[in-house]
Every structure is written in C-alpha cells, then in structure tokens.
Design a protein around this ligand. Structure first.
Ligand code: SF4
Ligand code: SF4
Length: 325
C-alpha cells in the first residue's frame, strides 16, 4: 500500500506537534481550538529536575507507553522510524492492541512521576537518553502527546489537557480493537486468552527484559505470532483506508476489556503500584463513551477560554493571541 505522507507527518495543535493521524481520528473542531503554548513545561530544560530531582536525561519518560497498533504500524511505514519500531516490537513491548506495560514493568513503575528512579525502574525504551528526544515522536501515544507537568493557565489548562488525554486514549483503544477485527484478527479469542494469563502472572513477563514473555505473546497473537509487524501494518492500512471515518468508527466500536486480568493485577500489586500508571494502563469501570469524552473536552476548552478572559481582565491586559508558529 502507498504510504499516506499526511498521516506520517505530525501536525500542529496550537503550537504543539501531535501525530498526523489525529487530523482524522478527532473531530475537525479540535484543530480550531485555541490551545496555549505550555511554556512552563519546558521539556528540554525540565523544571522537574531541580524541583523534584527528576533524572535530567529521562525526566517523565519513566514508563511504558500505550502506543496503539495502528500507530506502531504507521511508525513501521516511516523509513526513519522503522528500525526503532522494529526493535521495540521484537523486544516484546507489544501485544496485539499495541504496546502495553507487562506485569513485571508495572510492578517496577512505582517511580513514575515521583522523580525518584530506584534501581531497576522503568525507562521508556523509545527515549534517546543522549539527545533526550522521543524516537517515535510523530507516532507517540495520546498520553505522551498531551502530558504537561505544569500548565500556563493553571487548573483550567490542566483540565483541558486531561480531557483531551481521555478522549484521545479512548479513541486510540477503540480504533486499535476495530483495526484488529478489520485485519482478520480473532478478537474474541484474544480477550479469552488474556483472561487466562491472570492464572500465572509470573509467566507473562520475560525474566531478563521484563517485557511480555514469548509464552504470553504466543497466546495473545495466536496465528499472528511471529508476524507482529505484518499485523500492525495491516492495522495501519485499515486506519488509512478508512481515515475519513475514524472518529465515527471509534464512537461506534464497543470497547472490550480484561476485567479478570486487571483485577488480578490490582490485587497482586495492591498498594505498591502508582495510581497514575494503573489509571492509564488498567482503566477501571465501564468505558466512557467517546461522545461523552468529546463533550467533556469541548466543555474544558470553553472553560479554558473563560479562564483566559477572566485572567486578562484581572490583569488589565488584552488576552494574548495564540498565533501558531
Ligand atoms: S512534561 Fe516531562 S519533560 Fe516536560 S517539563 Fe514536565 S516533567 Fe519535564
Ligand atoms: S514514547 Fe516518547 S514521549 Fe512517550 S514516554 Fe517514550 S520517549 Fe517519552
């Protein structure tokens, strides 16, 4: 299939670069939002290094991101990113829905956002620690694309970005499951097998790398085991072929979960784990419909604009223009 360069190239949301596929998987209105720069989160001069002792080369990239299968497939289509994506997949960071934290890495992720990285802590393998750059920047997850540790507009800014994180993450999850079905993957069997993995959590992680074990990946990939790249590219091809309808598709997709596996993990790791990591990796309760999350995002954006107007009136200045650079 011919690559779609407009999907492989990142696009701007305000002054922020986000994956190019966002232009299709989110409503157009998102790109008319007035989105402020987040100058206080100056990532290449990370304020959390001084403030909270974050490691200067790692900063907040101390977790395993959930990159959905179709984004991994798009990364494989980009010659510059392909070797990084291939290595990431071959090392066992991914299961059919995309990359996900293994039980071993979840247990080791207790340093997430604490800024303290005890020995054996998780560091994102997609981070180039020398340059401090993300090696799959144009294909990073919704969480990575929307996370700012400080917000120039305070609480209102934080609420806007958190709403957008929730929306994008749910859309990504829905599209990852939809793309698998479209690619001919047996989604029912996958979810059945995921639940059985809870019976022996030790066997799920590779003792040397901490990534998903061969045993777990054989179970979860089924007939696609050994053809992971092919599967992810097939998922990306589906996303490209249906790009005009991705947001509607995500809204229609009935999300499936792994309640047995998640419960076992929660019981097992109990007070050890970071709630912020578990919240992202193992969402609790019924999935929120995409349309509700979209409504919340619109509301949060409106509140952000009201906050800016109020703040400028209080200071006696006109609100700054948010010209895109
Ligand atoms: S978002 Fe992460 S890298 Fe950027 S300033 Fe905050 S902690 Fe540092
Ligand atoms: S994918 Fe990129 S932005 Fe996300 S944690 Fe890894 S290096 Fe950081």
């Amino acid at each position: 299939m011919k690559n779609d360069d407009s999907i492989l190239q990142p696009i701007r949301l305000g002054t922020h670069l986000v994956p190019g596929i966002w232009r299709y998987m989110l409503p157009d209105d998102v790109f008319y939002f007035r989105v402020d720069p987040e100058v206080r989160s100056s990532c290449f001069n990370c304020p959390q290094v001084k403030a909270h002792g974050f490691h200067p080369s790692i900063r907040c990239c101390s977790y395993i991101p959930r990159v959905p299968n179709f984004l991994l497939g798009l990364a494989l289509m980009d010659p510059g990113v392909r070797p990084v994506a291939q290595n990431f997949i071959a090392t066992g960071y991914s299961i059919p829905e995309g990359s996900q934290v293994s039980p071993h890495h979840m247990e080791k992720s207790i340093g997430f956002l604490s800024g303290k990285l005890p020995q054996g802590s998780v560091i994102c393998p997609l981070l180039d620690q020398n340059t401090k750059k993300c090696q799959i920047y144009a294909f990073r997850s919704g969480v990575c694309s929307t996370f700012f540790c400080r917000h120039d507009q305070g609480e209102a800014g934080a609420e806007f970005w958190e709403s957008l994180t929730d929306l994008v993450t749910q859309v990504e999850t829905a599209l990852a499951q939809w793309a698998l079905e479209q690619a001919g993957f047996d989604l029912g069997l996958y979810f059945e097998r995921f639940e059985t993995l809870a019976q022996d959590l030790e066997a799920c992680s590779n003792p040397e790398t901490g990534t998903w074990s061969d045993h777990a990946r054989r179970q979860l990939f089924g007939v696609w085991y050994g053809r992971e790249e092919e599967l992810f590219q097939a998922c990306a091809a589906q996303a490209i072929a249906h790009k005009k309808d991705l947001f509607e598709i995500a809204g229609r997709q009935k999300l499936r979960q792994t309640p047995g596996y998640d419960t076992t993990i929660r019981q097992r790791l109990g007070p050890l784990y970071s709630h912020s990591l578990i919240g992202e990796a193992l969402p609790d309760g019924e999935p929120m419909p995409v349309r509700n999350l979209w409504y919340s995002t619109q509301l949060a954006h409106r509140n952000l604009q009201l906050h800016r107007i109020q703040a400028s009136q209080d200071s006696g200045h006109e609100p700054h223009s948010n010209q895109q650079t």
